[in-house]
Design a binder for this molecule. Structure first.
Ligand SMILES: NC(=O)C1=CN([C@@H]2O[C@H](COP(=O)(O)OP(=O)(O)OC[C@H]3O[C@@H](n4cnc5c(N)ncnc54)[C@H](OP(=O)(O)O)[C@@H]3O)[C@@H](O)[C@H]2O)C=CC1
Ligand SMILES: CC(=O)[C@@H](O)[C@H](O)COP(=O)(O)O
Ligand SMILES: [Mn+2]
Length: 668
């Protein structure tokens, strides 16, 4: 084993070490050797490792060896040095520093004659002195470690007990005096340099004695606390890295899908790997461009017409050529089950075990066609970032049963994301989003906010004349057509009430809908002590989408926060359920049976399509849904086939009613 020789900057003396069992150099007395060994035991550092006092040991020369004379301390020298601006590291480095004259002039460098030192040896790992201070033995990687809050070892406080008593220094020979002075000055200069070289992290104690990490793993180093202009803490300059995450994105060409890709593109390189995309087939150019840009392995498309597939292949080839790539075309899977196939394709490592990337399936498909992909994603064990509220409303208990672990569903719908965030303020160990399920809860009510849509305050007479163009103009959000129309009729809020009831296991009667036209408070949770916790941010879906991908962590800089330096007003008002009866219908559906919500949604999907086609007047949407609901005999514990059959029935029934109305009024 090769020996090594390191200087202990704290002591300003060499900690030249001998391999265990080696004999002292001949010139040393046994007693002196034992004394030095004892000191060494107190100050040794691991080979190549960190120094116990937070100062990196520098290699090599300037060592005060036996037979070398030390300078006598001049009274007040250390204080003077501090006034000259060398205070920090000198104070920290302790007594040995005071033994040199910091202000002494530089003298001409003369070649130093080497004297025989102790044998070179490997340094033994030191006791973790850095962890003994105020931190009370709490390691930086220990159980109390929290991002941005580290019980730092008290490295700055000198540990006097660890310093040798003056009498313990070996006697110095007179003729080494000048040489020692030069060596000490060199030592001081080098220490100053080392202090500067440590750069941004210089205030941090290095951590000795921590266990070796597996290959490829990096120890997390606590970041410096930054303080704002008035001394307040501000967010750290460098956010914690997000875990590597594999993503399957369903509905990639839609409003949610395209914003999800924006979030992914904005994240640090290597955070996300988009493994597969899925879409309906209505926007093939966009789908091909996304597939090539994100270098995905699989593209799923619902439309399996040969012409569609040929076109998609051609567009992908064009995109690859544009990107200067000869190969790398993704596999294409097509047909009604294609989204389900890719949704279940990730084989995730358990979250947070550090064994592999996280796996997230983001379901941004529109409509109840998203149900089977939702079930497949859950069965695969991946985290389900759920924008597709219809799958939950329609699937209900099936979705709950498909969960492989608590907390596997992360809501992306803005209100439900807000509720999930607010729920972290108290105890709510219920529902699909809770990582702990005991049934205990401190929640008294959920307050679901609604923008009120473009027709807030309108009379029924005015509503009768609404056109698709008017209904597609949402006052605060830019979304796909179906959810936009649903927002205008308040059917969206009805679906969201059922969604909240199923996600969070809160009775529908404890979910209050409140109109908040600014869409800044995305929903609230009222706890049983009377506190209400709200989540507020300007209306931007990238925030809940990013949370869906990183939950429970938060990605930095996803969206602009609220402005608090401008006068602003948020208003809240009750919903007029006479004008907008959709929420009342949803409550009725949630209470009636497990299949009533599926009927409500299926009938509504048919009605929205008919309204956009001009086959149904605006007020006919909710009226037809109500009629179909009234005709349904519910099922208590439906299977997937039952649900699909009920949906079929509801669609047919709705289509029939739409046709009949159309015939009556002469509309086409
Ligand atoms: N947009 C928003 O801000 C919000 C949306 N949501 C919910 O998110 C979901 C998506 O909404 P949004 O993005 O607005 O809708 P869009 O209409 O904008 O997008 C729908 C996406 O689904 C795809 N798609 C349609 N049919 C199928 C199918 N059979 N198989 C696979 N993919 C299909 C579409 O593909 P193609 O383009 O090829 O037709 C498109 O990519 C909805 O459930 C909505 O309620 C919730 C909160 C906010
Ligand atoms: C962004 C989002 O989550 C939509 O579902 C939104 O809620 C629509 O707004 P309103 O239904 O409140 O009008
Ligand atoms: Mn919503």
């Amino acid at each position: 084993m090769r020996g090594s020789r390191r200087r202990c900057a704290t002591l300003g003396a060499a900690t030249s070490t001998a391999p265990a069992g080696s004999s002292p150099p001949r010139s040393w007395s046994r007693r002196r050797f034992r004394r030095r060994s004892r000191r060494r035991d107190e100050h040794d550092v691991p080979d190549g490792g960190a120094h116990p006092h937070g100062v990196r040991p520098s290699a090599g020369r300037g060592v005060l060896r036996p037979g070398t004379r030390r300078l006598r301390e001049r009274p007040g020298a250390h204080r003077r040095a501090r006034h000259r601006g060398r205070a920090g590291h000198l104070r920290r480095e302790g007594r040995a520093c005071r033994r040199v004259r910091p202000g002494a002039r530089r003298v001409r460098h003369r070649r130093r004659r080497r004297r025989p030192g102790p044998p070179r040896g490997r340094l033994r790992p030191a006791a973790p002195l850095g962890l003994r201070g105020r931190a009370g033995g709490v390691g930086l990687d220990g159980p109390h470690r929290r991002a941005g809050h580290h019980p730092l070892p008290a490295a700055a406080a000198p540990r006097r007990a660890a310093f040798p008593r003056p009498g313990a220094w070996p006697r110095l020979r007179p003729r080494g005096r000048r040489r020692a002075a030069r060596a000490a000055r060199r030592l001081l200069r080098r220490r100053r340099g080392a202090h500067r070289r440590r750069g941004a992290l210089h205030h941090l104690p290095l951590r000795p004695g921590l266990p070796r990490l597996p290959r490829g793993h990096r120890r997390r180093v606590p970041r410096p606390r930054r303080r704002g202009p008035r001394g307040r803490r501000v967010s750290p300059a460098v956010p914690d890295p997000l875990p590597a995450t594999d993503v399957v994105l369903l509905g990639s060409t839609g409003s949610i899908g395209t914003q999800a890709l924006e979030v992914i593109d904005a994240a640090p390189a290597g955070t996300y790997r988009v493994r597969a995309l899925s879409a309906g087939g209505g926007h093939l150019e966009l789908l091909a461009e996304q597939a090539v840009t994100h270098d995905v392995e699989v593209v799923a498309v619902a439309d399996d017409a040969p012409a569609t597939l040929a076109r998609l292949r051609e567009l992908i080839a064009d995109e690859l050529a544009r990107a200067g790539r000869r190969d790398g075309a993704p596999e294409i899977v097509a047909g009604p089950a294609a989204a389900t196939e890719v949704a279940g394709s990730l084989t995730p490592a358990p979250d947070g075990d550090g064994q592999g990337p996280r796996a997230v399936v983001l379901n941004g498909i529109t409509g109840s066609v998203g149900l089977e992909p939702t079930l497949a994603a859950l069965r695969s064990g991946a985290t389900l970032a759920l924008a597709n509220k219809e799958s939950l409303v329609v699937g209900g208990a099936l979705v709950r049963q498909a969960q492989r672990r608590p907390g596997q569903v992360v809501p992306v719908d803005s209100e439900h994301s807000a509720i999930a965030q607010a729920l972290r303020s108290g105890r709510h160990e219920k529902g699909m989003t809770s990582p702990v399920v005991t049934g205990r809860s401190e929640v008294s009510r959920i307050i679901l906010t609604a923008s009120g849509g473009p027709f807030r305050g309108w009379s029924r007479d005015r509503l009768a004349e609404v056109t698709p163009g008017q209904a597609l103009a949402h006052p605060t959000w830019s979304m796909g057509p179906v959810v936009t129309i649903n927002s205008s009729t308040l059917v969206n809020k009805g679906l969201e009430l059922i969604e909240a009831h199923l996600l969070f296991d809160v009775p529908a009667e404890d979910i209050v809908v409140v109109v908040h036209p600014q869409s800044v408070v995305h929903s609230m949770v009222e706890f049983h002590d009377g506190a209400t916790i709200a989540q507020a941010s300007p209306p931007d879906m990238r925030l809940p989408i990013a949370l869906g991908l990183t939950w429970p962590a938060r990605a930095a800089g996803v969206t602009a926060p609220c402005r608090w330096d401008e006068a602003t007003a948020w208003t809240f008002e009750p919903l007029d359920e006479e004008i907008f009866p959709a929420v009342r219908l949803a409550r009725h559906a949630a209470a009636a049976s497990a299949t009533h919500p599926a009927v409500l949604n299926a009938a509504n999907e048919q009605c929205v399509a008919a309204f956009l086609d001009g086959r149904l007047p605006y007020l006919g949407i909710v009226a037809v849904v109500e009629e179909v609901l009234a005709a349904h005999d519910g099922l208590a514990a439906p299977t997937l086939d039952d649900v699909l059959a009920v949906e079929q029935w509801a669609r047919r029934r709705a289509d029939g009613l739409i046709g009949a109305r159309s015939a009556r009024t002469g509309q086409r």
